[in-house]
Design a protein around this ligand. Structure first.
Ligand SMILES: [Zn+2]
Length: 254
């Protein structure tokens, strides 16, 4: 099974990959949006959906920043794993044409991925809600970790460029993601149960254009009956692909 998928990956003209929270949990990052995730429980009496909603943030950003300290502003505690690293290698070799993620932990970029379409935004940049000045993650993270709320020099509240509830996804990113899905002849879903949008629609768009689908996810997904390959264990699959890629390099250097 895995051999056939690997051959299909090498033979694909436009392989596209979509990653969800399951890829990050391998690095120890908690899946806070999943129904049984740690953050599905209220945090200090607040619902996480409220903490992550724009109106709530505008009223009192200190609650978001206090909550986000433990996962969003200490990202240097986590390292890219075999999936991130292998995907970056596949992109550099031109085997993987496009990488789309709904993760907001910057681990694909840190693993060396040359281009990532981040459909849920990214904390790499922050914006002042008043004057729109941009501040980078590295400047904001130490302030948040000290327990302070980052403030702009104009007095405005600074917000990370991650997509909050009540906010629209960025049209440019979303359009790019759908373009890539529609261009793909092999669409790979990693670590997503395809329950939230646009996660569910992307492989569907690919499927409608005749692409083959591969899903690697521990839980069942609604597209399991339509995919050509379904694997459960991300680590196992990517250790194998990584190994095959190394062999390929050895073969071609002889
Ligand atoms: Zn400002």
């Amino acid at each position: 099974m895995l051999d056939k998928f690997y051959d299909a990956l090498l033979a694909a003209k436009h392989a596209v990959c979509f990653t969800g929270a399951g890829v990050s949990t391998l690095s120890g990052i908690k899946d806070f949006r999943s129904p049984d995730g740690v953050y599905s429980k209220p945090w200090q009496g607040y619902n996480v959906e409220d903490i992550l909603s724009l109106s709530f943030f505008r009223r009192d950003p200190s609650i978001f920043y206090a909550w986000a300290r433990d996962f969003c502003y200490c990202l240097d505690r986590f390292e890219p794993n075999i999936v991130h690293k292998t995907l970056a290698e596949l992109q550099k070799r031109g085997i993987l044409k496009s990488l789309i993620t709904q993760n907001i932990d910057l681990l694909h970029t840190r693993a060396g991925s040359p281009d990532v379409i981040e459909v849920h935004g990214s904390p790499a940049k922050h914006h002042c809600l008043k004057c729109h000045k941009v501040t980078l993650y590295d400047e904001i993270a130490p302030i948040v970790m000290r327990g302070e709320v980052p403030k702009c020099s104009c007095g405005g509240v600074i917000k990370p460029d991650i997509i909050f509830y009540e906010e629209q996804l960025i049209p440019d990113d979303l359009n790019r993601a759908f373009d890539e899905a529609q261009k793909s002849d092999l669409f790979i879903v990693l670590g997503s149960s395809l329950t939230v949008q646009p996660a569910a629609s992307l492989p569907l768009a690919a499927l409608q254009r005749g692409a083959k689908i591969c899903i690697v996810n521990a839980q069942p997904t609604m597209l399991d009956n339509f995919c050509s390959w379904k694997f459960n264990d991300l680590k196992e699959v990517f250790e194998s692909i990584s190994h095959k890629l190394e062999q390929k390099t050895d073969d071609s250097s002889i």
